[in-house]
Design a protein around this ligand. Sequence first.
Ligand code: DUC
Ligand code: ZN
Ligand code: ZN
Length: 465
Amino acid sequence: MTHDLVIKGARVVSASGTTHCEIGIKGGVIATLGHDLSGTEVIDATGLIALPGGIDSHVHISQPSGPGIEMADDFTSGTRAAACGGNTTILPFCLPEDGQTLREAVAAYRAKAEGNCLTDVAFHLIVKETDPVTLGQDLPTLIEAGYTSFKVFMTYQGLALSDRQILEVMSVAKAHGAMVMVHAENEDAIEFLRDRAERTGETAPYHHATTRPVPVEREATHRAISLAEIAGVPLTIVHVSNGEATEEIMRARQRGLTVFAETCPQYITLTADDLDRDGFEGAKYVCSPPPRTRDEWANIWRGIETGVFDLFSSDHCPFRFVDTAGKDAPGARQSFRNIPNGIPGVETRLPILFSEGVIKGRLSLDRFAALTATNHARLYGLFPRKGSIMVGADADIALWDPTLTKPIRQTDLHHGSDYTPWEDFMVTGWPVRTLLRGVTTMQDGAPVTAPMGQHLTREAPDVLR
Ligand code: DUC
Ligand code: ZN
Ligand code: ZN
């Protein structure tokens, strides 16, 4: 067979391990893994590593963020940044505007993404209402249509659900076969701590971290797991930041519960002290849960190395820094409460984990692929089409140069934000070419093709099939 494209010379990280072989691509699909393949076009990838294109299953793009506040990325810039960071699929969240139904919100997000994406895209839902129409009609219909995961919040006024509401949502997930993702922080405890901090004049960005301490997350993690146990559903705890929350997940698994766990670059590279930088600089690091301590980095690493964590995502939630529609929102300098919550990271997630994990000897290449692509596909109903370099899968591939060393610099990035929390962070190992269904979307750090990303319809998560 003559392939459209053959990649030669790379070390290939496939579903079944790491090997040296050629990748033959035809019609956007991996047709052959073998030797001496013929192709109309050939990429010489000698010295490079071929990894599954990254799947980032936790990103926020064009999400409503309050009056006058605007996210820094739309689908054009967000997926451009994702592709430049070695990704081929992203899963943003679909949050209804006030007064919009979930089904209307999905249609609006699909329209915003259509024709603008440099990666493939699939959407999670955010469930913030539990009225009979949402739970009885919209959610079941959307799950049936392939929106097989949704996030619930235990914090944020307007988003947080009560325990009873979470149980109702979990019951719909159980009945119709979807994955529940939980943002686990105790809203009442945070409000108590925030009010107290403001009364005593502790209003700088740093106090975003002190008012969301570890017990706030640990307690909510325990409660979310207990609710899932009562409802009889698996669940995913997203953006886990510390050892005590990790222990709750381990204990649940020891009891036989099906709990998946996600962590993010900020919890192995940033600390609360970053929020304490001079002036208003700390606002650049405001995200929830907040970055913790170096000791917590070690706890998260232990969880990554021992398999507690299934997913390593970015939680890309970008705002501009020098912008009153971003971090410098009205009132943000008077109180941390008003600083939009989130940091950009879709382009830097993979290089950070590769450098800190693979290059520093903490992670095998196979495990890197699982944490950054394969497990995302399995958990969110995209496997086997996505997430692995294997025959029959989409030819979504990132070619990595494991010897390339350079610092992360805002000037090299492609997101819509005007800063990166990782400015000057030194990285060894960068993706140098990204291929989406066999078409190069990034080469040598720059986007190279017109938007060709598609919307992906998903199956039920592997664990529910
Ligand atoms: N939770 C997220 O998942 N992303 C950004 C902000 C937040 O609280
Ligand atoms: Zn969250
Ligand atoms: Zn998030």
